[in-house]
Design a protein around this ligand. Sequence first.
Ligand code: ATP
Ligand code: MG
Length: 582
Amino acid sequence: MRWSKTFIPTMKENPSDAEIPSHQLMLRAGLIRQLMAGAYTYLPLGWRSVRKAEQIVREEMDRAGAIELFMPALQPIDLFERTGRKEAFGNVLINFHVQRGDRKVHLALGPTHEEVITDLVARHLNSYRQLPICLYQIQTKFRNEERPRFGVLRTSEFIMKDAYSFGTSLEQLNAVYDQMYRAYCRIFARCGLKYLAVEAESGPIGGDASHEFMVPASNGEDRIVHCAACGYAANLERAETGRASAKPGKAPGAAPLTKVATPGATSIEQVSRMLQCAPSQMIKTLIYKADERPVAVLIRGDHEANEAKIRRALAAKSVELADEATIRSVTGAPVGFAGPVGIQCPVVADHDVAGITNAVTGANEADAHLTGVNVGRDFQLTSTHDLRMALDGDPCPRCKATLKLVHGIEVGHVFKLGTKYSVSLAAEFLDEKEQRHPMIMGCYGIGVNRIVAGLAETSFDENGLIWPLSIAPYEVLVIPLNVTDPETMELAERFYRELSEAGVDVLMDDRDARAGFKFKDADLIGIPLRIVIGGKGLKEGQVELKWRNAAAPVKAPIGEAVATVREMLAERRVEEAAAVPA
Ligand code: ATP
Ligand code: MG
């Protein structure tokens, strides 16, 4: 491709509305343009990268035995009603009525395709002999995201590879899951991403049933804890803290239990200010409803409760914060004054609560708190649990080294679904004894646009993007310095032709512009290898070859330039492939 014939609108200045590097660089390098909030056009360079990432995803899915198909984005709403996801998605589900003749038809734009695929499989597969099967597509998804932002990292329309497996047993599910997991590792490594596979909330199957693939990045919206020593990684929702029950401090200085007036102070912050005590000295008493029964959950004042952990600790199907009436009935006080002493419901506590001596808690009475509260004397705990969000510096739950909290961009997700969709949409199979069972499903998603944005977010320098060969829009950029010089152009055309014929993706900057201007643009769009033709080198019969990420160019005699470029590319491909797991 010739620069003058394509469409690469680079920008010198940082667009004012772009907050993070990937968004700035993708705009500046002419990869994307915004249509409206959450909707972007992929310009020719950006689209080439997306297509390359998509092709890598496709190759690895095929290699892992998944079968490609293509489903409609437009879907009947009743499928979502049958699975209960019309309600669960809420505003995120884009749905509307269209007029067809004298009927109104209610449609949705697919945010994912569990419903459509399960309905399809329910209608056409019914024997254990046909299973397991893993089907996938690469297609546009629609989600009315509450806050589309950060360029193409979170948009209301994006390309997803979504795969769905159907099997007869947990063993079959586990086997496909492992295959998909390995395929994901290969995909992200081939795309040049540094990634972590992190444990995520597991849903119905429990155990190790869900992993998110995260690209660590300071602007990532997800929070992950990671142990560099043993490799443990989990998202914040899931991460264990590695804490055990803190021994109640055999307080030599146990203070008497004292009620103090705290008029209007209902939050940890307000009470801590009013009573001049640190939040870590306080016990937060949160009243939850666990499967409709009230329970008080105690968390240290400076810690954050984790609902998924609370649900697991209580072996409840659902937990939610209690309403005001429930809080009043168990505490006898308005919201904001709950405490464990004398409360009228079961109490569970986080490990770290047991270690607080002379704690400050609500008094179960309006406008009052208690000081000098001690476990064992003023209230009892039979056991403690891990109920809070992990923190930077917590011990690793596996090896006791120290956990680090990092931010990440979720690029993929593998999930053991179980039978949620196969039950609600009647995807059943007959076993050897002609017995009917719901199929056991898994789902496996990758955000194709996020692969490209994740790379842009983590691979750049002050001059612009730095692509790996694998998903670079072009592999080689030929820069003739003086396009009015026939000798220069003849060489440029020859390199362009010979490399293209050898299957290399070449872009030629044939614009009549100053060298400095072309170099700036070259660095900005970040094509991995560039060939510069002109100047003193040309007079000496040489051209300059430079990797985007190398400090200095190497010189090659004109006659050997094409062969040298091909060798350099081959070496780099081997290096990139070395990072890909088997
Ligand atoms: P998030 O938590 O970031 O909203 P999700 O967990 O809802 O994502 P999934 O339903 O697991 O997303 O979808 C599979 C993949 O699709 C994600 O791992 C992510 O890479 C991508 N993806 C999801 N939502 C978006 C979006 N709004 N824009 C771009 N890519 C997205
Ligand atoms: Mg997800």
